[in-house]
Design a protein around this ligand. Structure first.
Ligand code: NDP
Length: 400
């Protein structure tokens, strides 16, 4: 039993908080704190009478360390679950350090003025967290998160060594809009308009954005075009999976999404360089975010399934072995359960599980860790229990 302080109250947090409330044998108190407190109050009201957990709300600016420290001291949580934006990771980590509270997030730090996400800033806290005797668990979403746990599980139970990993993220859902993003538009567009990269033979290979395209026939979804992107779990898996030769990440995009994105890029709307507009400084991408549909409103409109998983090739008892571990998730089923589409659901459920395992001591170790560094078994069991059951295929179609 324990108390979680969730920071942020957007699409992902909405699901994670409802899952913590369902899991009230573990989370007996939940404090929801965000920039716009009315969103926290609305969620608290929605949960009233549906959970035994005590729910409180608070307003906080997560860019401000003293404000965060004051809130943490007042709430006295066992764990802080950071579901704000990647820009807030370091301030929240600083506040956890100052108050001696465990930290969990779903996305690695990215400076607001540079679209480059790397673990170096958060890994720099390793020694400080070790000395403070607290745990930071990085990337407890689906990808990174579940994909990292799938990798640790494959290594533990199926392989002597893994040489190749292809992470495939397919959203076969349709929301009916010509262009919308499934999670925070600013973060999503920064990610997909950046150069691609993959890890091969000990170094990064950089590609132009969307340069590498493949088609894949996804179980329960069908054939989709997918594109190679840089993705943060590649960086930590390259260090933590012994014998690894290559790791790639592919995400599916429809033609309408890509055509709109190209057009927005060509006219400068995806730029993060501030410009002056009628005497006021604005960032084009932040303005674009303001006119696009809010991802948390896509739930009722989105139909179809997601399929996210990893294909592994390696060796067992001297022989080559292949394995595909994946989860499929139905947008409408998620909407029925928590009022959100599957992209928020597939991130919010693992966020709750990560917070639970850190809080109850199963995944507690002083320092800063990525998901694949812990025993995957309790996480894999919890995925089955809390709405993201996974499947294993021993003879998958491979990506060339
Ligand atoms: P949203 O934009 O829907 O929600 C972000 C929330 O954070 C909002 O409630 C926002 O407040 C709040 N927030 C932003 N800045 C501050 C601040 N300075 N102080 C306090 N609160 C703040 O984003 P999502 O829910 O889509 O994404 C949340 C996180 O999940 C992101 O880091 C994203 O990268 C990550 N993610 C991870 C995935 C994975 O698989 N690992 C997949 C998808 C997302 P306000 O309401 O005022 O705007």
């Amino acid at each position: 039993m324990g108390k979680v302080l969730v920071i942020g109250c957007g699409g992902v947090a909405g699901v994670a908080i409802q899952k913590c409330a369902q899991n009230d044998a573990v989370f007996d108190e939940i404090c929801i704190a965000s920039r716009t407190v009315s969103k926290c109050d609305a969620l608290k009201e929605k949960l009233e009478g549906k959970t035994k957990a005590k729910i409180t709300t608070a307003q906080v600016d997560a860019d401000n360390v003293p404000e965060l420290v004051e809130l943490i001291k007042k709430v006295q949580p066992d764990v802080v679950l950071n579901l704000a934006l990647p820009y807030q990771d370091l301030t929240i980590m600083d506040a956890c350090l100052e108050t001696g509270v465990h930290y969990v997030d779903t996305a690695n730090y990215e400076p607001e003025d540079t679209a480059k996400f790397e673990y170096k800033w958060q890994w720099a806290y390793r020694e400080k967290y070790e000395k403070a005797g607290i745990t930071a668990l990085l990337g407890s979403g689906f990808d990174p998160g579940v994909t990292s746990v799938f990798s640790a599980y494959a290594l533990k139970h199926y392989f002597d060594e893994i040489n190749y990993i292809d992470i495939l993220d397919c959203n076969g859902g349709d929301h009916g809009y010509p262009f919308a993003t499934n999670f925070n538009p600013e973060i999503n567009i920064r990610e997909v308009s950046a150069k691609g990269s993959y890890w091969e033979d000990g170094h990064w290979v950089e590609t132009e954005p969307m340069e590498i395209k493949r088609e894949y026939d996804f179980p329960e979804v069908g054939k989709k075009d997918m594109y190679l992107l840089h993705h943060e779990e590649i960086e930590s898996l390259a260090l933590n999976i012994p014998g690894i030769k290559r790791i790639r990440f592919f995400m599916t995009f429809g033609q309408s999404y890509l055509t709109h994105l190209k057009c927005l890029e060509n006219v400068g709307m995806t730029s993060i360089e501030p410009i002056m507009y009628e005497g006021k400084e604005i960032v084009p991408l932040q303005f674009l975010k303001a006119v696009l549909p809010d991802p948390s409103t896509l739930g009722p409109r989105t139909k179809g399934k997601t399929n996210i998983g990893c294909i592994f090739i390696g060796k067992k008892d001297g022989k080559e072995k292949k394995l595909y571990i994946y989860n499929t998730c139905d947008h409408q089923e998620c909407y029925k359960e928590v009022g959100s589409q599957a992209v928020a659901y597939t991130t919010g459920v693992p966020a709750m599980i990560g917070a639970m395992l850190v809080m109850n001591g199963t995944w507690q170790k002083p320092g800063v860790f990525n998901m694949e560094e812990f025993d995957p078994d309790p996480f894999m069991d919890a995925l089955n229990k809390w709405g993201l059951p996974w499947k294993i295929c021993e003879n998958p179609e491979l990506v060339d």
